[in-house]
Design a protein around this ligand. Structure first.
Ligand SMILES: NC(=O)c1ccc[n+]([C@@H]2O[C@H](COP(=O)([O-])OP(=O)(O)OC[C@H]3O[C@@H](n4cnc5c(N)ncnc54)[C@H](OP(=O)(O)O)[C@@H]3O)[C@@H](O)[C@H]2O)c1
Length: 327
């Protein structure tokens, strides 16, 4: 059954941390993979999942850096993987499958934002190729392990950046329009949201549920390296002294708060039997109606997802296109 895109009133909120939402949950015997689990909100998710007893695997394009970042999270396994390189994704997934373990939790947190125009070996635009196609490939390769878990959850880390662009099927790779870094980021994050919708539809019969997540604005991660400080200040993410603004009411969060929604989606019994929805502030987001859209765009703290980011037809179309692009 389709889960309504409407809040559950979970009792958690924008100020809840990853540790708050996982309190009392025992993940002993569960296996989790966290892409990007060595930086920013992914690092925090790896840490709390491990502390709750899960076996955690972090695929990293820089394993040495990952080892240094994860010294506090004893026992996290680190493997090599670069999402933009299909052979590397295949090798990582193949090694995991060969271990014979089921995969209970997959958090797709790795991502890049607003990069200058780059293309992968196929000529695909790099934000779409990394943020969406890399994870599409990974999930499909890991499918037998997800099914074997009999109750797996996949978390597709999206963003309020969905507001910048729908998926433009007519020109996914900016071959017929001028490249604009945030349009490309927005497109890739809308793709992350749509991916969760169709993945959940296809997976639910086999016990695989999927959720898309907007973590909030967390300025002190590695993500904003291509954004000038003046722009972060203008967006209200940094104060006059260049310090991160913390204001959960406007979704300006700490790393611990930013990791909370993904960890809640990955572990909360409140979401048993549900899936295919976009979440933020540790709850299912409301759908932004046409009537409310201008107000939602003007107030970054307001939760909500635009209909084009959770539309089942676009989600199905994206899946088919992604299959062709990764074949
Ligand atoms: N921070 C925010 O305000 C915010 C808001 C909305 C959504 N998000 C989303 O949250 C997720 C995590 O972001 P973050 O803020 O925690 O950023 P972050 O600290 O930069 O973490 C991103 C991680 O992704 C990894 N990564 C990037 N390209 C990769 C590739 N080709 N292969 C494998 N790993 C790769 C990075 O590894 P390297 O260090 O090796 O590059 C890093 O570990 C992203 O998907 C982002 O779009 C963040």
């Amino acid at each position: 059954m389709t889960t309504p895109q409407q809040p559950l009133h979970s009792g958690f909120g924008a100020a809840s941390t990853a540790q708050d939402v996982i309190k009392g949950i025992d993940l002993t015997g569960k296996v989790a993979i966290v892409t990007g689990g060595y930086s920013g909100i992914g690092l925090e998710a790896s840490r709390v999942l491990r502390a709750a007893g899960a076996d955690v695997v972090v695929p990293a394009r820089d394993p040495e850096r990952a080892r240094a970042a994860l010294t506090q999270a004893d026992g996290v396994e680190i493997e090599e993987m670069d999402l933009i390189d299909p052979a590397s994704v295949g090798a990582f997934a193949g090694k995991f499958l060969a271990s014979g373990r089921p995969l209970d939790i997959l958090i797709d947190s790795a991502g890049i934002m607003a990069t200058p125009l780059r293309r992968d070996a196929h000529g695909y635009e790099s934000q779409f190729a990394t943020n969406h196609l890399g994870h599409f490939r990974l999930v499909n390769r890991l499918w037998p392990a997800l099914v074997a878990a009999r109750g797996a959850r996949v978390i597709s880390v999206s963003s309020r950046g969905i507001r910048f662009s729908p998926v433009v099927f007519e020109d996914l790779h900016f071959e017929r329009r001028a490249y604009e870094p945030f349009l490309a980021y927005g497109q890739s994050k809308t793709a992350n949201a749509l991916f969760a919708v169709e993945l959940d539809r296809r997976g639910r019969g086999q016990g695989v549920r999927a959720f898309a997540v907007h973590p909030g604005t967390i300025v002190d991660t590695g993500l904003a390296k291509h954004i000038p400080e003046e722009s972060l200040r203008a967006a209200g993410a940094l104060d006059e002294e260049g310090r991160p603004v913390r204001d959960p009411a406007r979704q300006h969060k700490t790393v611990a708060q930013g990791a909370a929604t993904g960890v809640w989606c990955a572990t909360s019994p409140q979401l048993d039997g549900l899936g295919g929805v976009y979440c933020e502030n540790c709850d299912i987001s409301p759908l932004v109606t046409a009537e409310d859209e201008a107000g939602w765009r003007a107030h970054p703290g307001l939760p909500g997802v635009l209909p084009y980011a959770v539309a089942p037809q676009a989600a199905a179309r994206l899946w088919e296109v992604s299959e062709r692009l990764t074949a």
